[in-house]
Design a protein around this ligand. Structure first.
Ligand code: C2E
Ligand code: SIN
Ligand code: SIN
Ligand code: SIN
Ligand code: FE
Ligand code: FE
Length: 392
């Protein structure tokens, strides 16, 4: 139904038939429901509004109450636009909570001042000729006004927006509030989660005095391997966010073990191994997808394909693919770096170990993906190299 969106071109000058309208709304609703990126949601909303009411332009304005401004990312041809809440019809509609219709901006008396501070002023700067205008506020789930739809210039012969347009755009607007809010919430949650995870990962890292960028490199290696193994982009991104937490359980390991310069005794190694269960228990109760994933990785990154790993001795595909991926990424990084207990290994020695351990310690497919991705892996190693290590 892509041709429908061609209605945005000025040469098409009729209202949509009811079944076309329905199709447009269904098409856009499906796209919007699948979209988590706020800018894309706003852009789809604006396009939908424009097609529904056959406007020349349509803008979705959002209220930034802290700055007392309206902003939009989708004024066509502009990247981000901000206007004071006091200026223009959009601000007026948001302040009153009422929709506004204007048939001809240049002869309108009632909204003259408002228009002079908004659309007409903009026209002077741009040479655009605003005639018909329609602004409809929309609300969030709490019923607070969060923004408005602004449609400019009706492209049918009547050149004015109708009551039907108002109803249809109101429908789109009521839907907008909810979609925008969930996209904003999703962005905020994701940002918060990323922050928590990196902070926690860094705590684990600093406690163990592991080299500065260990957490970052393991995240990047895991991401590259996930994609090379055919996991989806979103799974790869999920793993990239979760894998920095793999050693979070080391926060609970005593310094005498964690920072021991030499080889661990059997008892000390048993203590060390508990970092997997400790990490899992720290993270397992979260309902957040990223933290749930991190719990799996923390628990399983020392499992081995042949069942000789810890803490559970899982075999083969009993080990979650995220655990198998982070496991090899972690060993590669441990071997390629200096540790308190060992010097870094030469690359050839590491690759020989991986070939020997293919099908033993490591999933053969993951080793193959590692070998295929070697240029990318080495690029990450070099980009996130540890420069100077103190206290080692
Ligand atoms: P880590 O330093 O991050 O090492 C992660 C994994 O890399 C190790 O898991 C092991 O599979 C691999 N690895 C690291 N160094 C070597 C090595 O020299 N040879 C071989 N073949 N593999 C190596 P693992 O063994 O379960 O160890 C878990 C964690 O326990 C290590 O994390 C490290 O923090 C600690 N650890 C292990 N051995 C020693 C040790 O001898 N002394 C000290 N101080 N800590 C150790
Ligand atoms: C408005 O007048 O409602 C919005 C501001 C503008 O178009 O410049
Ligand atoms: C807009 O679409 O950004 C407002 C229309 C105008 O500039 O007059
Ligand atoms: C071990 O596997 O026993 C300890 C890890 C190492 O080789 O340093
Ligand atoms: Fe570990
Ligand atoms: Fe590690």
């Amino acid at each position: 139904m892509h041709e429908m969106y061609e209605f945005e071109t000025p040469r098409i000058k009729r209202d949509l038939e009811p079944e076309e309208l329905l199709q447009v709304i269904l098409d856009y609703a499906a796209k919007i429901a699948n979209e988590r990126n706020l800018d894309n949601v706003l852009s789809l909303m604006a396009d939908m509004g424009k097609v529904i009411v056959v406007a020349d332009r349509c803008t979705v304005w959002l209220l930034d109450s802290q700055r007392n401004e309206l902003w939009t990312k989708v004024a066509h041809g502009v990247t981000e636009l901000r206007i004071p809440v006091g200026a223009g019809l959009a601000g007026h509609s948001i302040a009153t909570g009422q929709p506004v219709f204007i048939d001809d901006a240049y002869s309108d008396v009632e909204y003259r001042d408002v228009l002079m501070s908004g659309a007409l002023k903009t026209d002077l700067q741009t040479g655009y000729r605003t005639k018909a205008l329609m602004v409809i506020p929309f609300r969030n789930n709490e019923g607070e006004i969060m923004g408005c739809y602004q449609a400019v210039n009706k492209m049918t012969p009547s050149q004015v927006f109708s009551d039907k347009d108002l109803r249809n755009l109101t429908l789109a607007a009521s839907y907008s509030g909810k979609s925008i809010e969930s996209a904003m919430l999703a962005e905020e949650i994701e940002e918060t989660q990323k922050e928590i995870i990196f902070t926690m990962g860094e705590i684990g890292e600093s406690r163990s005095k592991e080299t500065g960028n260990h957490v970052k490199r393991v995240a990047e290696y895991s991401y590259v391997l996930a994609l090379a193994l055919g996991l989806s982009q979103s799974e790869a991104e999920l793993l990239k966010m979760a894998s920095p937490m793999h050693d979070i359980g080391k926060v609970a390991i005593p310094d005498s073990v964690l920072k021991k310069p030499g080889k661990l005794t059997d008892e000390e190694y048993d203590i060390m191994k508990t970092h997997t269960d400790i990490g899992y228990n720290l993270l397992k109760n979260s309902k957040r997808k990223i933290l749930k994933t991190a719990a799996i990785v923390a628990e399983q990154h020392h499992e081995k394909w042949n069942g000789k790993g810890y803490p559970r001795g899982l075999h083969g595909e009993e080990i979650h693919i995220f655990g198998r991926i982070t496991g090899i990424a972690d060993v590669f990084d441990a071997l390629a770096s200096d540790r308190v207990y060992k010097k870094a290994w030469e690359l050839d020695r590491i690759l020989n170990l991986f070939k020997e351990e293919r099908g033993h310690h490591f999933d053969p497919n993951v080793v193959d993906a590692f070998m295929d991705s070697l240029p990318k892996i080495l690029d990450i190693r070099d980009r996130y190299a540890d420069h100077m290590l103190e206290a080692q």
